[in-house]
Design a protein around this ligand. Sequence first.
Ligand code: ADE
Ligand code: ZN
Length: 271
Amino acid sequence: MKFLKPLSTLGLSLVAISAFPWGQKGHDVTAYIAENHLTPETYAQVTELLDGKSMVYWANWLDNASHSPEYSYSKTWHYKNIDDGVKYEEAPLHPDGDIVRAIYSQVEILQNSDASKTDKQLALKILVHLMGDLHQPMHMGHASDLGGNRWTVKYFGRDSNLHSVWDSSIPESAHKWTYTEWNDQINRATPVETQYILESGKPESWGIETFEICKDVYAKTPEGTKISYDYVSEWTPVVESQLLKGGLRLADILNSIFDPDYQQYNVFVAN
Ligand code: ADE
Ligand code: ZN
């Protein structure tokens, strides 16, 4: 959560805007689940590309980097906005890019044998982060309320907003787990479930799936909703399955880029 510009020039009211789907924990969990599904060949190449650091190490980096002048071009890459009543395919495209197009461009860089190691390292750091963001429902939210940042709710009696609730309040209320414990508990998909999560996948279909959840979240959380235990209990399984999907799909993309022997499920990375 960052405090951005005061709404009034007098600075009397501040609006807290989070550009960061999933709090840090969600990104760590996504990256760690993915890491656990890399083939040995992919793992070796990814580790080499990251100079020995892990994907978890870099999972949150973009949230801070996007606020620096060097990487400010990536500010809009964390989300895609679709306003109320608008179909996914008909949503206007942001001129500075969005999460779906940004994922495509990072994959292209990683596949390009002419790209430098520096460029590929950056693309990988961005991709790891964005595959988490793509699965946080409010990152397919309305432009009109900044993806729920201006959709006010009460969270256990305190002023909050729908974006922030989904970033971190629900995941943190759901389980007091470390990212490794989250992995231990939710990274248990059967082969059939894994196939269902990965099969025929591409960034648009994953985005549409998240968008469908997002519509449901808005519908079931009118402005002013007093969120409490029942809400956390209702949505915890969705948080868990979204984190798992993000991790499995990230691994599938990376395996299909880096391991020529890997039989990919997704349909957007050419082997
Ligand atoms: N974070 C900041 N602005 C956002 C928006 N318009 N949609 C989703 N997340 C955001
Ligand atoms: Zn982000």
